[in-house]
Design a protein around this ligand. Structure first.
Ligand code: FAD
Length: 389
C-alpha cells in the first residue's frame, strides 16, 4: 500500500488484517471449497475482531470505521479466498440497509447479531426470471392489517441455505413503476412457508451455500419488519449496490493480488531452458501487465471508496471500479495460471481455486454489461449537464 494514497494508520490496519487472515483462514477456506462447508466458526472469530461491519457504528457492534477500512478488510479476506470475502461482505450489504434506513428498534434487534456472526444474513434480490433487470421482480408483498403477505421466488442467495435473516425486496404496489412500488423487508427464518429448495453447485464461491430456489409462499411478515417506508425499496437497492460494488472490486483485487504473488514467485523459481522462466520476456511481460492492471484497478477502487466516505455520489465510479476490477482480476488470474504451466491447473498452489472464484466477479452484483450500462448512462447524463470529466 502506498503512502500517497493510504495513511500510516490504514497501512498498519491492512497489515494487521493480512496477518490475521494468513494465520486463521486456510483450513476454513479449503473446507469451504472442497467440502462445501460454511465458515461459521471463522466468521465468529472475524466478528470478535470487528472484521464484520467494519464501517458501521460501534454502538450496534460495528467497527466504527469508514468504507476505506471496510474495503481494506475485504481485500485482505479475499487474498485468502474470494468466497470467504463474500461470506464476510453479505452481512455488510444487509446491515447497510438496516443501518441506513431501519428504525432504531430494527438496528438494535438485528445489527449486533449480524456483526458478531450469530445471525447469518442473505440478500434476496435476484429471481429465476432475471437479475440484471431487478426492477422487473415478481415477488409481491401485500399489506393485510398488521402484516404483509410475501409471495415469490428468489434465486442465487449467497448464504441463503444457512441464513437466519433474509433481507427481501418485493413489489408492494404493482400499479406504479417499480422504482416507486418496491419495498424491502427483514424476514426472519423459522416460518414454515419459507423453503430453500436446493443449492446450486457452483464453479467457484463454493461453501457459500448459494440457494437455487428460495420460495416465499404466503409468508406473513410483521409490518414492523418493513425497512424504510413503503415504496422506498428501489432507491435503497441502488444505494446499497454502490457500496456493494466497491467491496466486490476490493475483494477481486485481493484475490488477483494473490494470483500475481504466486505467479511472480513461481517465475523466479521455475527453470526452463537452463534459466528461471522470468528471464523470458514472454513471462516477465505478463507479470508487468498484471501488475499494471492491478494498480489501475486499485486506483479506481480507492477513489470510489474515498468519494463514498466524503458523501459524494459514487454511482458511476463504483460501477467503473467493479467492472474494471472484475475483467482485469480475471485476466490476471488467467495469465497467472499460464505462468505456472501445468501445475497452475492443479490444486497444488491454490491457483485453480482463485481462478474459479474470480470468474464469478464478472456476473454477481451486476454483470460486466450492466456495469457498462450504468457507466454510459451516468456519463451521458453528466455530459448533458456539462459535468462530464
Ligand atoms: C456467485 C453468485 C452469487 C450471487 N449472489 C447473489 C445474492 O447473494 N443475492 C442475489 O439476490 N443475487 C445474487 N446473485 C445473482 C446475480 O446478481 C445475478 O446472477 C446477476 O445480476 C445477473 O442476473 P441473471 O443471472 O439473471 O442474468 P440475466 O439478467 O438473465 O442476464 C443474462 C445475460 O444478459 C446480459 N444482459 C442483460 N441485460 C442486458 C442489457 N441491458 N445490456 C446488455 N446485456 C444485458 C447480462 O449481462 C448477461 O450476460 C449471485 C450470482 C452469482 C453468480
Amino acid at each position: 500500500m502506498e503512502s500517497i494514497f493510504f495513511s500510516e494508520q490504514e497501512r498498519a490496519y491492512a497489515q494487521e488484517a493480512r496477518e490475521f487472515f494468513e494465520r486463521e483462514a486456510r483450513p476454513h477456506v479449503l473446507a469451504m471449497d472442497r467440502e462445501n462447508k460454511y465458515p461459521f466458526e471463522l466468521l465468529k472469530k472475524m466478528g470478535e475482531r470487528k472484521y464484520i461491519g467494519v464501517r458501521f457504528p460501534a454502538q450496534y457492534g460495528g467497527g466504527g470505521r469508514d468504507m476505506m477500512h471496510e474495503a481494506i478488510v475485504n481485500e485482505e479476506t479475499a487474498a485468502q479466498s474470494y468466497a470467504l470475502a463474500c461470506a464476510r461482505s453479505v452481512p455488510h450489504h444487509c446491515a447497510f440497509i438496516i443501518a441506513n434506513y431501519g428504525s432504531e428498534e430494527q438496528k438494535r434487534r438485528w445489527l449486533p447479531g449480524t456483526f458478531s456472526a450469530e445471525l447469518i444474513t442473505a440478500e434476496c434480490i435476484t429471481e429465476p426470471t432475471g437479475g440484471s433487470d431487478a426492477a422487473r421482480m415478481k415477488t409481491r408483498a401485500v399489506r393485510q392489517g398488521g402484516h404483509y403477505v410475501l409471495t415469490g421466488e428468489k434465486r442465487f442467495q449467497a448464504s441463503g441455505a444457512v441464513a437466519d435473516l433474509f433481507v427481501v425486496f418485493a413489489i408492494t404496489n404493482p400499479e406504479v413503476h417499480p422504482s416507486q412500488g418496491m419495498s424491502v423487508f427483514a424476514v426472519e427464518k423459522g416460518h414454515p412457508n419459507i423453503v430453500a429448495m436446493e443449492e446450486f453447485d457452483t464453479l467457484g464461491w463454493r461453501g457459500l451455500r448459494i440457494v437455487s430456489e428460495l420460495i416465499f409462499d404466503k409468508v406473513e411478515v410483521p409490518a414492523a419488519n418493513l425497512i424504510g417506508t413503503e415504496g422506498q425499496g428501489f432507491p435503497i437497492l441502488m444505494d446499497m449496490l454502490n457500496s456493494e460494488r466497491i467491496l466486490v472490486a476490493s475483494g477481486l483485487l485481493g484475490t488477483a493480488r494473490t494470483c500475481l504473488e504466486i505467479a511472480t514467485r513461481y517465475s523466479m523459481e521455475r527453470e526452463a531452458f537452463h534459466r528461471p522462466i522470468r528471464n523470458f520476456e514472454g513471462i516477465s511481460f505478463k507479470i508487468a501487465e498484471m501488475a499494471t492492471r492491478l494498480e489501475a484497478a486499485q486506483l479506481l477502487r480507492t477513489k470510489a471508496a474515498r468519494m463514498l466516505d466524503q458523501g459524494q455520489d459514487v454511482t458511476k465510479i463504483a460501477a467503473m471500479a467493479k467492472g474494471f476490477a472484475a475483467e482485469n482480476a480475471f485476466w490476471v488470474a488467467n495469465e497467472a495460471l499460464q505462468v505456472m504451466g501445468g501445475i497452475g491447473y492443479t490444486t497444488k498452489h491454490d491457483m485453480e481455486r482463485h481462478f474459479r472464484d474470480i470468474r464469478g466477479g464478472m456476473v454477481a452484483v451486476g454483470t460486466n454489461e450492466i456495469m457498462r450500462l450504468v457507466v454510459q448512462r451516468e456519463h451521458y447524463r453528466e455530459f448533458a449537464e456539462g459535468r462530464a470529466e
